[in-house]
Design a protein around this ligand. Structure first.
Ligand code: DGL
Length: 276
């Protein structure tokens, strides 16, 4: 048994799509979430920059005595998972791509045409392709970067015509030309677009990696006997630039009335200048 909190992070509010199923699956666990809202998006930045940002955040979480780190970000998982595991060998670190790839390999066959959408960095890394092919080399994989999705979502532009047009701009040709029948939401922001994508492409099956990572968290904590015996203390949601949109999104997920939730602004630049 281990009553310490779980640390979870993303470049912004996308990781909250993992928090919702995580809270449902493990109501006794306390969470420390970090959204790097001041520096989002990560998905068009250099790997070196993403590595430096995610190391700062992981250091911060470890200083807060977390028992596990959940990388609720495909971009960081695609580029920095092994670096973070090397830096913190004693803490289980769960990336989002491995559990999602396992689900794809399990549930798709050579008949399927699997489309992966994600940030430029995730798509360019081919991390999904490599992970899936290690498990099932016959699956047909196609991928497309959709870099404008994250900035729009961070601005709260989700359920309207601007977003519908943006989705169609990136996806119409991609889906049609490749005859995609299964779509993987390879960025943790994208599950927020799921209702719109389902409306625009009603025949496509959707795989949501944010749900898959939670299954991995549950099994790793159970196997290592690290589940929390009781819920002690509050969940803390840090943001490097605490915006109204970030707070609204958390209130939406939690019902907005949970007194055990605290929001805090954390000036990540203070850490970076100390380190330089
Ligand atoms: N939500 C993140 C991901 O899963 C990062 C998006 C970004 O910052 O570009 O890739």
């Amino acid at each position: 048994m281990d009553n310490r909190p779980i640390g979870i992070f993303d470049s912004g509010l996308g990781g909250l799509t993992c928090v919702e199923p995580l809270m449902k699956a493990l109501p006794n666990e306390r969470l420390i979430y970090f959204g790097d809202t001041a520096r989002t998006p990560y998905g068009s930045k250099a790997t070196k920059t993403i590595r430096s940002f995610s190391t700062q955040i992981a250091d911060f979480l470890v200083q807060n005595d977390v028992k596990m780190i959940v990388i609720a970000c495909n971009t960081v998982s695609a580029t920095c998972l092994e670096d973070l595991r090397y830096r913190f060998p004693d803490i289980p670190i769960i990336g989002i791509i491995e559990p999602a790839a396992a689900r794809i390999a399990r549930s798709c066959s050579s008949e399927n045409r699997v489309g992966i959408i994600g940030t430029k960095v995730t798509i360019r890394s081919c991390a999904y392709d490599h992970c899936i092919r290690r498990l099932n080399e016959y699956i047909q994989i196609y991928s497309a970067a959709c870099p404008a999705f994250v900035p729009l979502i961070e601005e709260g532009i989700i359920h309207n015509d601007i977003m519908d047009l943006t989705i169609r701009y990136y996806m119409d040709d991609f889906v049609l030309e490749n005859r995609i029948d299964t779509l993987v939401l390879g960025c943790t922001h994208y599950p927020l677009l799921r209702p719109a994508i389902e409306r625009l492409y009603p025949d496509m099956r959707i795989i949501n990696p944010s749900e898959e990572i939670v299954k991995s968290v549950v099994s790793v904590l159970s196997e290592r006997d690290m589940l929390s015996g009781e819920r002690c203390g509050e969940d803390i949601f840090y943001a490097s630039d605490l915006s109204e949109n970030f707070i609204n999104m958390i209130n939406l997920i939690t019902g907005g009335s949970d007194a055990r939730i605290k929001f805090k602004n954390f000036d990540i630049e203070a850490i970076s200048s100390e380190q330089s």
